[in-house]
Design a protein around this ligand. Structure first.
Ligand code: F6P
Length: 405
């Protein structure tokens, strides 16, 4: 029996630790060959498979894989049509899986990617296929239902909180009026933007305002708050989610003149919120402004990962194999928190339909009454996820990465 694994959706800096977990557990469970889908389901449909036994044939390569950010196998944002509408892709996938004698199919991804697992396992059941389909969670957005958190979030959160501390230090040097707006990913969920609240501590005053997609946003209200803040303090540092929305449902970034791409799941490309708001501040207030878009950097920060996150990313890969081995299919692995202090977490499984295509938002009770900051329950939730480090292997002064080609 052979195994296949794919990576899908936006990368994280620890997604390859899950790949390492799947690979090692699958070999241990007796899989003869482990194949990788090149560019996820899109590549599989074109018959593009990678031989992981050959690519990961030494222990050091596994260790490098755990420390290499972004998707080693390549990724895709590809939505399968419903089988009732078009069966051709399903026939193609199942015939390829049969050809390569695949028994277990693993897909490492977020809520969109779980849609793929859901559709394939449903179709497999319908045609009486014995192949088992298991989803392995990942996303910096942390917006998957049921699971306590998602692998990838802890490292991105650590990066965001770290750079916020650094930005705050830099923003105060001139002692003049200055508004810095930092745009953070996360789409319609503010988990990652909220992580900027972790920057506050005995050595940092922390960010002055956090704007989340969970709270409707008005430009006028925002400018009023900044004006009031700047009367008390010259340098204001603001964390803004890329997904903040106006009361009419439009994203704030849609007010800018950016070209708006849409992916195959119908998601708009969100970018330009910080730039737009910084310009509005500069027009309305007598202040210098700067817009910082963390963009790709927050999800490929292999030099600043959370060891807790890497460990859990590896564990969910192994747990997915154990789930398949025990006969489960059409499920995703979850992280189940047992306690905050000390932090303890284990893995579980959930039926894929309860995860696919849903988005988990921040509970509003975790946001303060003026909608500018996070309350202690969020800090208690997020802080354990950023603990400890796993530095890259450095060669010639730079992190060394493993690549598939
Ligand atoms: O995967 C999640 C995510 O990183 C979001 O936070 C972000 O909006 C999106 O992906 C960006 O996607 P892409 O890489 O396709 O532009």
């Amino acid at each position: 029996m052979n195994v296949i694994v794919g990576q899908s959706g936006g990368p994280t800096s620890v997604i390859n630790a899950s790949l390492a977990g799947v690979y090692q557990a699958a070999r241990k469970a007796g899989a003869e060959k482990v194949y990788g889908m090149e560019n996820g389901i899109a590549g599989l449909l074109e018959g593009r498979l990678l031989d992981l036994n050959a690519l990961l044939d030494e222990e050091i390569k596994i260790e490098l894989l755990k420390r290499t950010p972004s998707s080693f196998l390549g990724s895709c944002r590809y939505k399968l049509k419903k089988a009732e509408e078009d069966e051709s892709e399903y026939k193609k996938v199942f015939s390829l899986l049969e050809q390569y004698q695949i028994g277990w199919f693993f897909y490492i991804g977020g809520n969109d990617s779980m849609d793929t697992i859901s559709k394939l396992s449903e179709y497999g059941k319908r045609i009486g296929s014995p192949i088992r389909f298991v989803g392995v969670p990942k996303t910096i957005d942390n917006d998957l239902m049921i699971t306590d958190h998602t692998p990838g979030y802890g490292s991105a959160a650590k990066f965001v909180a770290t750079v916020m501390k650094e930005i705050i230090r830099d923003a105060t040097v001139y002692g003049t009026n200055y508004v810095t707006i930092v745009e953070i990913m996360g789409r319609n969920a503010g988990w990652l933007t909220a992580a900027s609240a972790l920057a506050r501590g005995e050595d940092s005053e922390g960010v002055d305002m956090i704007c989340l997609p969970e709270i409707p946003f008005t430009v006028e209200g925002f400018l009023k708050k900044v004006t009031a803040m700047q009367k008390k303090k010259k340098s204001i540092v603001i964390a803004v989610s890329e997904g903040v929305k106006l009361p009419d449902g439009r994203y704030v970034c849609e007010l800018s003149d950016n070209v708006q791409d849409v992916d195959s799941f119908g998601h708009k490309k969100l970018t330009g919120t910080a730039r737009y708001l910084a310009n509005e501040c500069a027009k309305a207030l007598n202040t210098k402004t700067r817009a910082i878009e963390l963009s790709t950097l927050q999800r490929c920060c292999g030099h600043l990962t959370s060891r807790t996150d890497i460990t859990e990313a590896y564990q969910v890969g192994g747990a997915a194999v154990l789930a398949a081995q025990s006969g489960k299919s059409g499920v995703a692995i979850t992280l189940v928190r047992l306690s905050d202090k000390p932090y303890q977490c284990t893995t579980g499984t959930v039926e894929i339909e309860r995860i696919a295509n849903f988005e988990k938002k921040i509970p509003v009770e975790w946001i303060n009454s003026t909608h500018t900051d996070m309350l202690p329950p969020f800090l208690d939730y997020a802080r354990p996820l950023i603990q400890a480090e796993l530095p890259p292997f450095y060669v010639d002064g730079l992190p060394y990465h493993i690549t598939a080609n």
